[in-house]
Design a binder for this molecule. Structure first.
Ligand SMILES: [Zn+2]
Length: 320
């Protein structure tokens, strides 16, 4: 499968470099004209592209190859037209559109579903929303229509244009009946943000987790914007109890996964949280906790979010 060929190091370097720069730098990094540091220089060598992995006759996974393009996208293509879950970074919109044209030259894109509001998952909204209908949780519309900050990545985000805003919103859940199956969309409160939904294709048995799930790496949990590690961990446990053990699981970031991979991720969340909790109880300072590392099993998870940052995110969740 193409997704397995992604070099984790290229992917993470590109991600960190892109996120470390200012708001406009996403475009800059993606086009390879920034020369702010060596990490960015490394992304300049080749432009990231979008690779397609067919999941079945109807569904295709679109993922970044050779660099950071934004979150994983699932496309449903069939007699009703096309529907996509998430639409990557704004700078990738032309490549995303080309990938959709490859799947179906008539590119009859009817719906865009957003798993959450982040710019690397809803970046294509402004362009694609001019013709397709955007569906997302109520808080996605709230956040996209007002100024937002993500301090950890030094991001000051202005309100999005009207075309980028969800037209259909929901508070708890909604179903979309499309291409011969029901897509069950369920809001997961205070997880990665306060805007998250997971989306399940009932016939295909494919579950898109959005950024509740980073496969094989520490997740970014946006504490500033309603995320919470403890609540996220409980929600992952809930999901594992609801959906079939043989479901195909699409993480927000990282390679295509299984429920067993999500179980491993849940174990990582639980054990790294217990580790930080123990240190807080022992009276350690934030700096000491950041420097203390993680249990050995999870040391290799510090790619997108490094170990000190991850311990800091857990600390924020446990101490507010
Ligand atoms: Zn996100």
């Amino acid at each position: 499968m193409k997704i397995r060929e992604i070099s984790i190091s290229t992917y993470s370097v590109a991600f960190i470099a892109a996120l470390a720069l200012s708001t406009t730098s996403m475009t800059v990094a993606a086009h390879g004209t920034a020369k702010k540091n060596s990490e960015v220089a490394q992304t300049e060598k080749k432009e990231p592209t979008i690779g397609a992995t067919k999941l079945n006759d109807t569904l295709t996974l679109l993922s970044g190859v050779g660099g950071f393009t934004g979150g994983n996208v699932v496309v449903s293509n069939g007699p009703d037209g096309m529907l996509i879950i998430d639409d990557k970074l704004e700078a990738m919109t032309a490549k995303l559109t080309a990938a959709l044209n490859d799947i179906n030259p008539s590119n009859d894109l009817k719906f865009v579903l957003n798993t959450h509001w982040h710019f690397d998952h809803a970046g294509g909204n402004a362009e694609l929303g001019k013709s397709a209908t955007i569906v997302a949780h109520t808080n996605v519309r709230k956040r996209l229509s007002t100024p937002q900050k993500i301090d950890i990545f030094k991001k000051d985000l202005p309100p999005s244009p009207a075309s980028a805003l969800p037209v259909i919103t929901y508070d708890d859940s909604v179903s979309i009946h499309f291409n011969g199956e029901e897509i069950k969309v369920t809001h997961m409160p205070s997880s990665h943000t306060d805007t998250d939904s997971i989306m399940y294709f009932t016939k295909s048995n494919v579950l898109h987790m959005g950024d509740l799930f980073f496969n094989g790496i520490f997740p970014f949990v946006d504490i500033q914007n309603g995320g919470d590690v403890v609540s996220l961990t409980k929600n992952i446990e809930k999901v594992m109890g609801i959906f079939p053990a043989d479901a195909t699981v699409v993480p927000g970031h990282g390679p295509l996964a299984t429920m067993a991979d999500m179980k491993t991720y849940h174990q990582m969340l639980t054990e790294t949280t217990a580790n930080v909790s123990k240190m807080i109880k022992a009276g350690k300072t934030l700096d000491e906790i950041k420097a203390a590392g993680v249990p050995k099993t999870w040391a290799g998870y510090g790619w997108l979010i490094d170990v000190p940052t991850w311990n800091g995110i857990i600390h924020s969740s446990l101490t507010r």
